[in-house]
Design a protein around this ligand. Structure first.
Ligand SMILES: NC(=O)c1ccc[n+]([C@@H]2O[C@H](COP(=O)([O-])OP(=O)(O)OC[C@H]3O[C@@H](n4cnc5c(N)ncnc54)[C@H](O)[C@@H]3O)[C@@H](O)[C@H]2O)c1
Ligand SMILES: [Zn+2]
Length: 715
């Protein structure tokens, strides 16, 4: 039942060769001492103080270097080397307890080759068949701290941290406050003794809340959810632990009496039966290909899991196989942790600067020493606003923890307070706009954001608006990029975007960017003028987006354009009329009204019109099937249509034409002079359409059916 760790370290071929001779050089000894010292230090800070100063990636790299040094010079691999240890001895804050059975760490695989090497070694030792019969139990590697629970006769009698693997810290009182950990197991087949191993963790959400309140109380925030879980558990006062919303998942057992199971997966079934939380994400795989699928899947869905995870643990499921493979002094040979690329790294916060956005919002952002995180190089991260900077507690010059979770934008998590040397300085939000010098202020009292109120001519805002206006979803002006916008502003060719369509060759040639050496327009400048000409023809919805009206985006612009038809009607509409359009709420409606209430905004529209811009709604492209499911009776003639052309307009849109009116299906199109079918329709209360109604219907697009229903209500 038990796996006894032996003391034989795994020897690679290289190591074996090295073992044959090589005395460690003085240089190697020196490096070994440095690395060992660094690792011991890091482990102390990480496991005992819960305040690491190294990132996990750095730590792993350092440990790797030490391992390969020892592979080259096995004489350096003494029993007290950090490579042979699981962690530091327990701190004096808690009573020391001996674990019934040793707790081990896990070996890591950082690449496909390393994982494959692990599997091949097991296959070599026990044979393909036996490994396949065992299967690979794939689990998520929960990013928390290891805990050892001892149940006697179903009662929780002791809980301890991992410590150095043999002796841990007694945290029973604290663990008793963790809700998901049962103090009593339930069931009629409870083992006399059960040592449960598992992970205590904090969800990302709880972690963020906790850090927020720590900073608010003037305390140092935790670097990541793992450290915050450890810090929350390892409290002198269990009441603090109780307040931290810690989670728990079991992922193994140690000593046990009165329970037998052939497979680890069956052990988990037992634990679950007795009321211990086990992971719902565990999967038994037969082949390495399946293991890879599992790794790939959770690599992508890493952030939809209830806890943080830093990899996948692959375990051989059959317990006899586990016993046969045994363990090294540090880790079992029957399991391996495949690590995902780190999403958290440490870097230096060089400066905090501010950016002035399209709506004048002034946003601080961190400028950092560029680092690779989650596969891309990151040098900047937004800090949102001044109170966010305070909340995170970062100072300029700090070493900070930078996090980039998948596709999510990079985020500064917090400072590594221990690494401060006193030279760090506090960020001060500027009082005046860095772009135009205007005094900054919140738009409304109590807003967290402050803005540059010089909306019209602040070059930073104007530049952002030009960017936005030239974008694909707005006017799609390809040649109006950052450089061109800069040149237009620097040469004062625009007071605001109202002058955009008045740009011509004479104006552009004044800017160096648009001028050849011979003093002619460059090809790009000519293209810009062509772009502008084309842009004049864009439909109203695209212009609505281009105006930078707050809350007005591509989602609602087409509906607004359709409902009003041209820009003047929108400018004249009040909140009530605007909110009648689907998707337009009171906030957007008010923003539209406010926008048109500003003189220079209205001037933009006037100037654009004078330059030949139309700003009318696009003719709807009618889908083939818009009238599908509807039946029509055509009677008389409708102005602009003959019976035949009206029937054709209906059938070409998927509608049916019928000879008789019936209450259920017929929708009637009438001419100027009511006839018998018209009377019948009226008596049956079937919708009746006149020439105008017919047009509306044909142009109703996908909403034809509801349009008819609406007319039907009137009839
Ligand atoms: N930043 C630092 O200064 C620093 C210092 C020390 C350690 N560390 C980090 O801590 C980790 C090393 O610590 P470690 O020795 O605990 O090794 P580990 O975290 O790589 O793996 C072993 C641990 O994984 C945990 N685990 C989570 N899910 C599991 C599952 N499903 N099955 C089995 N075990 C599971 C167990 O608690 C086990 O003890 C590395 O990520 C390292 O970077 C960082
Ligand atoms: Zn400004």
């Amino acid at each position: 039942m038990s796996q006894t760790p032996d003391q034989t370290p795994e020897l690679s071929e290289e190591t074996a060769r090295a073992a044959a001779g090589a005395e460690p050089t003085a240089e190697a000894r020196q490096r070994h001492a440095e690395l060992s010292e660094a690792i011991d230090q890091a482990r102390w800070r990480y496991y005992v103080l819960d305040q690491p100063t190294m990132s996990d990636a750095e730590f792993d790299k350092t440990l790797r270097e030490l391992e390969s040094l020892e592979a080259e010079f096995p004489g350096l691999r003494t029993p007290d080397s950090p490579t042979q240890k699981v962690g530091p001895p327990p701190s004096s804050t808690f009573a020391a307890v001996q674990h019934p059975q040793r707790l081990l760490s896990l070996d890591n695989a950082f690449s496909a080759e390393e994982l494959d090497r692990w599997a091949q070694r097991a296959i070599r030792e026990l044979g393909q068949q036996q490994i396949e019969k065992s299967g690979f139990l794939c689990e998520l590697k929960i990013d928390g701290l290891a805990i050892d629970l001892v149940y006697e006769g179903g009662k929780l009698v002791r809980a301890a941290t991992r410590g150095d693997g043999r002796v841990g810290e007694d945290v029973t009182d604290n663990v008793k406050t963790i809700k998901p950990i049962p103090q009593w197991l339930t069931g009629d087949d409870l083992p006399a003794l059960l040592e449960v191993r598992g992970e205590v963790f904090l969800s990302v959400e709880s972690f963020e809340k906790l850090n927020e309140s720590l900073v608010a109380d003037g305390k140092a925030p935790f670097a990541n959810p793992r450290n915050s879980a450890a810090g929350s558990l390892r409290q002198k006062d269990p009441r603090i632990t109780a307040s931290r919303n810690l989670g728990f998942i079991a992922h193994g057992i140690g000593a046990v009496e009165g329970f037998e199971a052939d497979r680890l997966s069956q052990v988990y079934d037992g634990l679950a039966r007795w009321g211990l939380p086990v992971s719902s994400h565990t999967k038994l795989c037969t082949t390495l290909d399946e293991v890879w699928d599992y790794i790939g899947y959770f690599g992508e869905h890493r952030h939809s899991v209830e806890h943080e995870l830093d990899g996948v643990v692959i375990k051989l499921d059959q317990r006899t196989v586990q016993d046969q493979l045994g363990s090294t002094s540090r880790a079992p040979r029957w399991a391996i942790a495949y690590k995902y690329p780190p999403e958290e790294v440490n870097t230096k916060l060089l400066d905090i600067k501010v950016n002035v956005g399209r709506t004048g919002r002034v946003t601080p952002y961190g400028e950092m020493e560029p680092v690779v995180v989650a596969g891309s190089t990151v040098g900047f991260a937004t800090l949102h606003n001044a109170s966010e900077v305070k909340r995170k507690g970062v100072l300029i010059g700090d070493t900070i923890v930078l996090r980039k979770a998948g596709d999510v934008i990079p985020e500064i998590v917090g400072p590594v307070v221990e690494l401060r040397d006193g030279s760090e300085t506090e960020f001060e939000m500027p009082t005046h706009c860095p772009a135009c010098g205007t005094e900054l202020r919140p738009e409304q009292e109590g807003d967290a954001d402050i803005r540059c109120p010089n909306t019209r001519s602040c070059p930073a805002q104007l530049r952002e608006r030009l960017f936005h206006l030239a974008g694909r979803s707005a006017l799609d002006i390809e040649m109006l990029g950052g450089q061109a916008a800069g040149a237009l502003l620097d040469n004062e060719l625009l007071t605001d975007e109202g002058d955009l369509f008045d740009l011509d060759a004479d104006k552009l040639v004044q800017a160096e960017l648009f001028r050849t050496k011979a003093g002619n327009l460059t090809a790009n400048a000519r293209k810009l003028l062509d772009n502008l000409d084309e842009a004049k023809q864009r439909p109203l919805d695209r212009f609505l987006i281009a105006l930078s009206i707050r809350h007005l985006g591509p989602g609602v612009a087409p509906d607004l354009a359709d409902a009003f038809g041209d820009i003047d009607k929108i400018a004249a509409a009040d909140v009530e009329a605007l909110t009648e359009v689907e998707g337009v709420g009171p906030t957007l409606a008010q923003a539209i009204v406010d926008w048109f209430a500003v003189d220079w905004h209205r001037d933009i529209v006037t100037k654009w019109k004078a330059a030949g811009v139309q700003m009318v709604a696009e003719e709807r492209e009618l889908g083939e099937q818009t009238l599908a499911g509807l039946t029509f009776v055509v009677t008389g003639t409708i102005s602009g249509y003959t019976r035949d052309s009206a029937a054709e307009a209906i059938t070409s849109r998927g509608g049916k034409v019928s000879g008789s009116v019936s209450k259920k299906t017929a929708y009637v199109v009438v001419g100027e002079s009511p006839g018998s079918k018209y009377d019948k329709a009226v008596s049956l209360k079937v919708p009746v359409l006149d020439a105008e109604g017919f047009e509306v219907l044909l142009n109703a697009g996908p909403d034809a059916a509801s349009e008819v229903a609406r007319i039907g209500e009137d009839a």
